[in-house]
Design a protein around this ligand. Sequence first.
Ligand SMILES: Nc1nc2c(c(=O)[nH]1)N[C@H]1C(S)=C(S)[C@@H](COP(=O)(O)OP(=O)(O)OC[C@H]3O[C@@H](n4cnc5c(=O)[nH]c(N)nc54)[C@H](O)[C@@H]3O)O[C@H]1N2
Ligand SMILES: Nc1nc2c(c(=O)[nH]1)N[C@H]1C(S)=C(S)[C@@H](COP(=O)(O)OP(=O)(O)OC[C@H]3O[C@@H](n4cnc5c(=O)[nH]c(N)nc54)[C@H](O)[C@@H]3O)O[C@H]1N2
Ligand code: SF4
Ligand SMILES: [Mo]
Length: 699
Amino acid sequence: MSKTLIPSTAPALKLDTHFVRGACPHDCPDTCALVTTVQEGVAIKVHGNPKHPATDGVLCTKVSRYTERTYHPERILQPLRRTGPKGSGQFEAVSWELALTTIADRLKSIANRGPGTSQAILPYSYAGTMGLVQGESMASRFFNRLGASQLERTICASAGGEGLIYTLGAKVGMRVEFFAESKLILIWGSNAIGSNLHFWRHVQTAKRNGAKVVCIDPRRTETAEKCHEHIALRPGTDSALAFALMHQLIAADCLDHDYIEKHTLGWDALRLRALEWHPERAAEVCGIPVSQITDLARDYGDAMRQGEPAAIRLNYGMQRVRGGANAVRAIACLPALIGAWKHRAGGLLLSSSNTHVFDRSALHRPDLRPDVPCRTINMSTIGDALLKPASSDYGPAIEALIVYNSNPVAVAPDSSKVVQGFAREDLFTVVLEHFQTDTADYADFILPATTQLEHWDIHTTYGHTDIVLNQPVIAPLGQAKSNTAIFRALAKHMGFTDTCFDDDDVTLCRAAFDSRVDFDFLLNQGFVSLPTPDAPYANGNFPTPSGRCEFFSPRLVQQGLDGLPDYVPNFEPANSNHHFPLAMISPPARNFLNSSFVNIKSLRDIEDEPHIEISEVDAAHRHIQTGDRVRVFNDRGHYHCKAKVSPRARLGVVNGLGVWWRKLGLNGTNVNELTSQSLTDLGHAPTFYDCAVEVEKFS
Ligand SMILES: Nc1nc2c(c(=O)[nH]1)N[C@H]1C(S)=C(S)[C@@H](COP(=O)(O)OP(=O)(O)OC[C@H]3O[C@@H](n4cnc5c(=O)[nH]c(N)nc54)[C@H](O)[C@@H]3O)O[C@H]1N2
Ligand SMILES: Nc1nc2c(c(=O)[nH]1)N[C@H]1C(S)=C(S)[C@@H](COP(=O)(O)OP(=O)(O)OC[C@H]3O[C@@H](n4cnc5c(=O)[nH]c(N)nc54)[C@H](O)[C@@H]3O)O[C@H]1N2
Ligand code: SF4
Ligand SMILES: [Mo]
């Protein structure tokens, strides 16, 4: 991590050097504001914008090397057509005209069969870029106009998101900068140093001012190491811990009765449920000492007694299990119990993404959809979806798949099914990409997409509250086109005459917030901070139907579900009696971003080789030593990697850091060969970290 001030500390610059303001496109809560140095038309260095408080001139290692990504020798810079079998990665260069005409003809042949047949076409995209314009603007318009199947975008955050919305009402929480003033910080299901670096800065300030910091994570991460206390619970047991904390708060009467009375719903019912959770019971479930629970409850309660702010940085790592949404619901009740929200440095932050809502309809144009019912396909079960035949329930089999901003063959669970689906000879697949990823290997056509240095975009964030603009730094390399340009061109080839397919990218950037944002100001400064309340729930005003923090959710009852949060055990509770006795979690490697950057050699070298961390005891049982090649397996498949006997792994849990490209793995697979397509309690999200395995030495 290097802090660079521009231009004061920059070396002597040539006359034709200039700087362009931008935004980091990646799926990361920090949404940094960038400044790129351009020399003689070449982007030579990407820095953090020192004027943007949330970025503070600092970027993570990955993105400070962004020019390596843009100018990478393996960038795809012309349209490619498949020449070998699917998955073989053999392609030939073709012209844009040939690619677009062939793709449009194929899509038309599906769409023109009759009403609703376009549902055999599926877009598949996620957050390769978080930009509102290169994300879903022109692409959504295109698929809406076409009447394609809709994609339920659940692969990351929808369980926790739902949990939060049913409890607090929206993805709005504490402002990240106020963590610097907190006196007790719980970092819960988050490896902040690895994946939320700019939040960690505020933690360091708080620590210097005497705050106590506790990390709740099965893995002893680089973050956990630097906290005062690390609670290494078993994966998927967070709600048990939350209930035991409530139990202790009740027992010690460390409750803000006034806040509970005025601003919450369902306390009597929640109280009874919490009283079932003696710390001893939770300790057993979580696999941690009772004292860690009672000490944490004491600290949390003391914060209230002493009028000091207690804050929770919850993150998505703890909701990738069967009970992910229930766990978020239980944890999101805690701040209200002690009235922590009354202080701007107290409360909780999971996501800030609802703080400034952009004009989705203006960008996506759902009004373009034909007036016929349309199905939705869940991206998290793409393996099963691709393998399903036509039926009256399901509708037509998927015949065409258009992938952009995502690498599903590497990142979606239960890869062997995903690969089987992508390998279908009768499936027509188009992939818009920078690189020949595992997914691109299965494409009929690969279309070369621009990187963030080559296109316009506008960004909201889920970790702070500013809006950041991205201006192009250089012209598109080779024949690359932005996603918007590709979908505009496809629309023309389909014969779509709607004028919205003429909108250019600056028009789209402006449409996202319309008059709410002064676009000239944004152009000049690169980011804008719109007014947001310092303490959103200090006086209640929760954006739930009741206006209260809903411990008990009448909306869930209406759906036939439990109105209260509960402990929902994992689908695959690994234990020593089990066939597959180890629980595997697969959190991100620090120098990759999901599967992005795995092909950047300088970053891959830091991450070494695909590996699994295993505790000393579990390794000894299996005669495994660091450096051994191991086979990690369950009924779904097997994954070969190197073992690291490591204090980062707790007893009974192995950490298979992700998400490597399959083709760079030791046996052509990655961790998702082992994960399942089972979905979470709410939000239909994947359960990546609810996965039982066995590990053996490979000989
Ligand atoms: N460097 C880097 N940064 C990233 C990413 C990346 O790949 N690399 N990915 C980005 C994306 S898409 C996202 S969604 C975020 C993800 O970042 P986070 O929301 O922080 O989620 P994860 O990194 O999945 O997991 C965070 C921590 O949760 C722990 N964990 C796993 N299971 C459990 C559990 O059951 N309970 C608890 N309490 N903890 C658990 C993991 O060990 C991990 O250390 O980060 C973003 N930032
Ligand atoms: N086992 C396991 N699996 C996981 C996770 C885990 O923790 N463990 N994490 C999950 C999470 S949280 C997430 S969010 C998903 C992420 O899954 P994805 O959203 O698929 O993220 P990436 O793997 O980064 O792949 C994004 C792709 O988009 C491409 N791309 C970037 N910008 C552009 C652009 O402007 N145009 C086009 N056309 N392409 C672009 C990149 O080159 C990259 O190949 O993975 C999930 N998978
Ligand atoms: S990945 Fe995150 S920390 Fe790194 S530059 Fe982008 S927004 Fe900042
Ligand atoms: Mo994610």
